[in-house]
Design a protein around this ligand. Structure first.
Ligand code: KG4
Ligand code: ZN
Length: 343
């Protein structure tokens, strides 16, 4: 193994997408995602169907990713895979495959925390990458956290949602207006043509760096019920303004908590990660912070392909850990819940 440039096969199967990547050091040689369309009609991920789809997708996706990378399987130094958090059955498929593949080739495994992978995606070439320490807002379908990233292996959660994740808030509101799962990207798309000030939703009153999004869903539900009672065509007529207003409420909450985090930690490098970091309203609001006249932020926004779940981000953690000689064992088992980012 080239200690600085290990070649890592990475597998991400925490939810409904089967991701496989090959990295050489921080260079991505290939990065594939087999999406599962099967869930859209159910309005959310069906765990049993997700595990079955992973089982049929994983072998061809690994074969293709290695072909795409232009390397021989013999050149792979270690297999990194998501050990948690996520859906048990989905994690089991990725973990079992990774361990079996590594065992057959007599190479080590590297179990990876999914949220740590979202954070470290910022170190995939060509960057730019933040310097340690920095702040990272990780916003996905299952998590919303403000993380003080001391180093690649020392991450401290300084703020978190007390209920729904930001992505969940987007998806639940989208479901209320009949959009398919996942609704976040669709709200973003419709919001682009709407007025964010058309309707106002009040911010939650959680103090400090913690957040809450469940109240927004209830507020939106009541708002829709009263509007629809007056005009059954309300959603159709006001789709863009409605989506822009909901998006603005979520983004405003996230940005105000980040402002407080910058103030309390004194850190001015701010990164975002996770599926919701693909949101154009959030990306725009954050970019504006680079132009503050006083104490501008240094902002790090990942490319779209590294925002939503992907295996390249698992691979970069594999590289960090391989360099530090931190490997797993064949007895490691998936952990659906992993509150400690450094575990
Ligand atoms: O990180 P991710 O791919 O999977 C999890 O680990 O959860 O995040 C998925 C979440 C979903 O809730 C999805 O609706 C949301 O990210 N999302 C978006 C956008 N793209 C994905 N939310 C708002 N705007 C987007 N453009
Ligand atoms: Zn994720």
């Amino acid at each position: 193994m080239n200690i600085r440039q290990p070649i890592i096969l990475a597998i991400e199967s925490s939810c409904d997408d089967t991701g496989v990547a090959v990295l050489k050091g921080n260079q991505v040689l290939s990065n594939l995602v087999a999406n599962q369309e099967v869930h859209a009609r159910y309005g959310g991920v069906v765990p049993e169907l997700a595990s079955r789809a992973h089982l049929s997708n994983i072998t061809p996706t690994v074969t293709l990713a290695i072909l795409d990378a232009g390397i021989s399987p013999d050149e792979i130094d270690a297999v990194a895979y998501t050990i948690g958090p996520g859906l048990s059955g989905s994690l089991l498929v990725g973990a079992s495959f990774a361990k079996a593949w590594a065992w057959a080739r007599k190479i080590p495994t590297i179990p990876v925390h999914h949220m740590r992978a979202h954070v470290l995606a910022h170190f995939i070439s060509p960057g730019p990458s933040p310097d340690f320490p920095f702040l990272c807002l990780t916003v996905s379908g299952g998590h919303t956290q403000i993380i003080h990233v001391h180093s690649a292996s020392n991450m401290e959660v300084v703020g978190t949602t007390l209920d729904d994740a930001a992505g969940e808030a987007f998806d639940k509101v989208a479901k209320l207006i009949g959009l398919p799962y996942p609704g976040g990207p669709l709200i973003d798309q419709y919001a682009a043509l709407g007025n964010p000030q058309a309707y106002s939703f009040t911010k939650s009153k959680v103090v400090g760096l913690d957040m809450s999004f469940s109240g927004l869903k209830t507020q939106v539900l009541r708002f829709l019920q009263s509007q629809l009672a007056q005009d059954s065509e309300f959603i159709k007529k006001n789709l863009h303004d409605f989506c822009a207003s909901v998006q603005s409420a979520i983004v405003t909450m996230l940005i105000s908590k980040l402002e407080l985090a910058v103030k309390t930690t004194g850190l001015n490098q701010v990164a975002i990660a996770g599926g919701v970091s693909a949101n154009s309203g959030l990306r725009r609001a954050l970019t504006e912070k680079e132009f503050l006249l006083e104490d501008p932020w240094k902002v790090f926004i990942p490319p779209m392909s590294y925002c939503t779940d992907n295996a390249a981000m698992v691979g970069i953690v594999g590289v960090f850990d391989a360099v530090d000689k931190k490997f797993g064992s064949l007895t490691d088992t998936p952990k659906p819940r992993m509150p400690d980012l450094n575990s």
